[in-house]
Design a protein around this ligand. Structure first.
Ligand SMILES: Nc1nc2c(c(=O)[nH]1)N[C@H]1C(S)=C(S)[C@@H](COP(=O)(O)O)O[C@H]1N2
Ligand SMILES: [Mo]
Length: 310
């Protein structure tokens, strides 16, 4: 017998875009139309604001106020505190290009505007869980990671994809802390990268990503801890060997490759059973795969011997 599990996208339409947000977006669109040049570019404010929400993914939580998402950040290149928003304004985001290399048909560099002409932007509201046990719910604008993989054109031998992020000596004071393994990078299996939940964000709250949240382009894999969400991507490399990411290089006893969210597997220094919601400071129980098991649990069925949850 075939048992059909009801997925998030089969929820009733009543859960769709709230009117206020639609109105806000129209207003933003109007404002955008008044601007010339840059605002009309695919990665600009217009494009972010015009993206339609994909209602398949229901967060089941209130969205976090934008000011909390943009003022409490992890971006070590700008410092180790959570207050890096003002320092991050120095990030140079234009021009921006991304290099596709490793096991690809043709290694190449692609300008961000050029890349964004080849994808369709959509909005997804995802829960996000940092390994430090804080969480947020964010409307990201972007496109499926599988589309980025398709554009890069990996060879069949590629088993992993690695995202390397910007290392701007002149704008990032954190790079002077020589003991950190710069540049920040992290990766996924090809199956994970092609999973429908894996997302590449270029905006949030209907606007281009602010620098502190990873402008102009970052990864979002909501079933994993937040450190698997590399910001300000400059290079996408395909390879046969499992990559060792920034956090695993820094402290492999605490951070590994898979880093899937699991409330039952404690961090060596704290419990992962619950999380603090940015904004309200409410504590709520953490869910296995951050509540996204229906989409991703199958990826890990045959990996019982692996350290899947840290
Ligand atoms: N380049 C880069 N990407 C990064 C980080 C970083 O320090 N540098 N921190 C990671 C961690 S630990 C988290 S929790 C998220 C935080 O994203 P946010 O600041 O948008 O909430 O970014 C991830 N991506
Ligand atoms: Mo994090």
């Amino acid at each position: 017998m075939l048992i059909r599990i009801r997925r998030g996208w089969e929820l009733p339409e009543s859960a769709a875009t709230p009117e206020a947000l639609v109105m806000g977006r129209r207003a933003a669109l109007g404002a955008g139309a008044a601007l010339a040049g840059a605002a009309l570019a695919p990665g600009g404010a217009m494009a972010q604001a015009a993206a339609m929400r994909n209602t398949r993914f229901q967060p089941g939580r209130d969205m976090t106020p934008e000011k909390d998402v943009s003022n409490y950040n992890n971006y070590y290149e700008f410092g180790t505190s959570k207050s890096v928003a003002s320092a991050a304004q120095r990030l140079k985001v234009s021009p921006w290009s991304i290099r596709f290399d490793g096991l690809v048909g043709t290694p190449r560099e692609i300008g961000l505007e050029d890349l964004l002409k080849q994808v369709r932007l959509e909005e997804r509201v995802y829960r996000f869980r940092c390994v430090e046990a804080w969480a947020m719910t964010v409307p990201w604008t972007g496109f499926p990671m599988s589309e980025l993989v398709r554009l890069a054109g990996p060879k069949p031998e590629a088993k992993y994809v690695v995202f390397e992020t910007a290392a701007q000596r002149d704008t990032m004071p954190g790079l002077r802390q020589g003991w950190y393994p710069w540049p920040y990078s992290d990766g996924f299996t090809m199956e994970e990268a092609r999973n429908e939940l894996a997302f590449i964000a270029t905006g949030m709250y209907g606007k281009p990503l602010p620098p502190q949240n990873g402008a102009p382009i970052r990864a979002i894999t909501p079933w994993k801890y937040g450190f698997k969400a590399p910001k300000s991507i400059v290079r996408v490399t395909f390879q046969a060997e499992r990559p060792v990411g920034y956090w695993e290089k820094l402290q492999s006893s605490e951070y590994g490759f898979w880093a899937n969210v699991n409330p039952e597997v404690a961090h060596p220094r704290w419990s992962q059973a619950s999380e603090r919601l940015l904004g309200s400071n409410e504590r709520v129980p953490t869910k296995l795969f951050n509540g996204y098991g229906e989409f991703v649990a199958d990826l890990y069925r045959n990996l019982q011997g692996e350290r899947l949850y840290a």
